[in-house]
Design a protein around this ligand. Structure first.
Ligand code: FAD
Ligand code: DLZ
Ligand code: SF4
Length: 529
């Protein structure tokens, strides 16, 4: 007798889109769906508990949708049908159903791609590996873009995508508003009396609640708190979150895109990256919704262009870069940075208030917004010479939206410049004066951002000069760093000596774990929503 199912459609945890390339021609009469929660995926880094709960809950809801559509779903959950790997789950399904053909959409990371590539030989099956077309750009288009230039820069890739998609474009091929980029309007500090809108929250249903109840015991090695969990776990909820952002937060997104405050963990950010990354929302519909808000007169152009650039520009660019630069991108260490990750990355017990806020919120919520990730935590890791591997692993673990294709270029390339400039034209290094300008963190800090030396001097200041001085060989000729190197050259030798010894004393304390506690700093925002 001919077996009922001829093909397995294997769906990964970040492929929860009904229009997925591996599902478009699926037929409940012929195709068996396989999904799994393998031990390795739950543990390859110490994921934040909220990240695990979100992915597993969204997967379980997606499986339920497919069952409602008439599909048979073989679901290997971590508790009742434990597996070690995707391969083991697939092997088990093959053994039960005797199927010899698997259709799968390309995964989001090299590691999983390498695993899938072994299936034909190791399992004796045919694998139909389909492109992931949930992006604006095909990977070949990035290769073509990259091969024709000396330097890879997001701005040019972004302009190309504006042209091909027509998003925020006039019929004559010019950008709407006469400019491609409104970044210079998007650097305002928050007014003191601002009242920030809370993001949309979702009460856990039974599937999510069950996972939340298990989260503290069931996931060995996992980190972070679950109390603030309010994430959407279905497409329907994610669409509500998107509408809420467009109506209530997008209008001010641009002005305060780079602002940070002790009053809010989210400012005007969208909180939609996890939904786009796991497939509950598509980048195209998100950008079109923002564009429409501009045409309807509900949001200004600097907000809409700034927001669209994050998705159509940065998100597409980092994805192209990740696959273009290959599986070894992340192995280098441009500055030879070797210092271990300090313990306070795991408990936020640090006296520097900006770090306490950004790391504390990360551990509480599995979220920090871009400027906290880049200009506080990433900047510190860069200036203090922390080992890129340890830093990248931390970022991959703790953020709700972290998948290697997007986390690695952002951390290794943008924040740490560990790739020597493949991703960014200069390191995003900044002193405490930048943090003071863009936040209210320094007002509550025991250090003074205007002081460079002495016991109450902001550590970022001396570290900034120490970083430039120790890397003068590699960075001194970078035209974008001409000004700070000229300032350094103009300083008196004595001033330079004081700054270097201030930074070295700090680094010695850091290595010894003796920075002191963050007990007298303000508690962090434990409520995300
Ligand atoms: P918003 O600020 O509201 O932005 C809107 C959307 O734009 C985001 O949802 C996201 O989809 C996209 N976006 C914005 N910036 C970027 C960017 N640099 N790269 C790719 N997409 C972007 N983003 C991730 O999705 N996963 C990660 O693991 C991740 N790691 C990061 C690590 C570092 C060191 C840095 C500096 C940035 C990282 N980002 C990452 C990018 C960015 O910080 C997050 O996408 C953003 O904070 C998500 O929150 P939001 O939805 O509120 O974003
Ligand atoms: C990150 C993650 C986690 C925590 N759990 C699962 C899971 O249980 N099942 C699954 O299919 N995927 C999970 N993922 C995502 C994977 O680690 C990996 O990033 C993607 O499969 C790449 O496309
Ligand atoms: Fe951070 Fe320095 Fe400001 Fe303190 S003074 S919050 S350490 S930038």
């Amino acid at each position: 007798m001919k077996p009922r199912y001829q093909t397995i459609r294997f769906i990964l945890g970040d492929q929860l889109s009904h229009g997925l390339s591996s599902l478009t021609d699926a037929d409940p009469d012929r195709d068996l769906i396989v999904m799994a929660e393998p031990r390795y995926e739950l543990q390859y880094v110490p994921h934040h508990r909220q990240k695990i709960v979100l992915i597993l809950s969204a997967m379980r809801h997606f499986a339920a949708d497919l069952r409602d559509q008439g599909f048979q779903v073989e679901y290997y959950d971590f508790e009742n049908r434990p597996t070690t790997s995707f391969t083991e789950a697939l092997k088990s399904a093959i053994a039960s159903y005797g199927i010899k053909q698997v259709v799968i959409t390309a995964p989001g990371e090299w590691r999983v791609l390498r695993e899938i590539e072994k299936w034909p030989e190791n399992l004796g099956i045919d694998v139909d590996l389909r492109p992931d077309d949930r992006f604006f750009s095909e990977l070949d288009a990035f290769t073509e873009f990259a091969q024709n230039r000396k330097e890879l820069r997001m701005e040019y890739f972004y302009r190309g995508l504006r042209r091909t998609t027509g998003i925020l474009m006039e019929p004559d091929g010019k950008p709407v508003g006469g400019q491609w980029n409104f970044d210079h309007d998007n650097r305002k500090r928050l007014p003191d009396d601002v009242s920030l809108p809370t993001p949309k929250t979702f009460a856990p249903d039974q599937i999510t609640q069950e996972l939340l109840d298990q989260a503290n015991e069931a996931f060995p090695g996992a980190v972070g708190d679950i109390a603030s969990f309010g994430w959407a776990v279905t497409r329907k909820e994610a669409l509500i979150a998107l509408d809420h952002f467009i109506a209530h937060r997008l209008p001010s997104f641009g002005d305060y895109q780079d602002a940070m405050t002790v009053k809010s963990a989210t400012v005007y950010h969208a909180l939609i990256s996890p939904y786009i990354n796991i497939g509950l929302l598509l980048p195209d519909e998100v950008c079109r919704a923002a564009e429409q808000a501009y045409y309807d007169g509900k949001s200004p152009l600097n907000a809409v262009e700034g927001f669209i650039r994050q998705i159509l520009g940065w998100r597409e660019y980092v994805r192209g870069l990740y696959w273009y630069l290959g599986p070894d991108y992340g192995d280098g260490n441009h500055f030879d940075a070797k210092r271990s990750l300090p313990a306070f990355f795991w408990d936020a017990n640090v006296p520097m208030n900006c770090l306490k806020q950004a790391i504390g919120e990360t551990l509480d919520n599995a979220y920090a917004h871009h400027i906290q990730r880049l200009m506080v935590i990433g900047n510190f890791a860069l200036l203090a010479g922390l080992d890129p591997r340890e830093v990248c692993e931390w970022y991959l673990a703790v953020y709700i939206d972290a998948f290697e294709w997007v986390e690695l270029p952002n951390t290794f390339g943008m924040a740490l410049y560990a790739d020597g400039g493949k991703m960014a034209s200069k390191p995003y290094a900044a002193s405490g004066k930048y943090i003071d300008r863009m936040s209210d963190y320094c007002q509550e800090c025991q250090f003074n951002p205007r002081k460079n030396t002495g016991p109450d001097a902001c550590p970022f200041n001396a570290l900034y000069w120490h970083f430039l001085d120790r890397n003068a060989d590699t960075l001194g000729k970078n035209p974008r760093l001409g000004m700070p190197y000229r300032n350094w050259a103009r300083m008196k030798d004595e001033t330079k000596r004081d700054l270097i010894s201030q930074a070295e004393a700090f680094l010695t304390k850091l290595e010894g774990g003796n920075l002191g506690s963050g007990d007298n700093a303000k508690p962090t925002q434990t409520s995300l929503f």
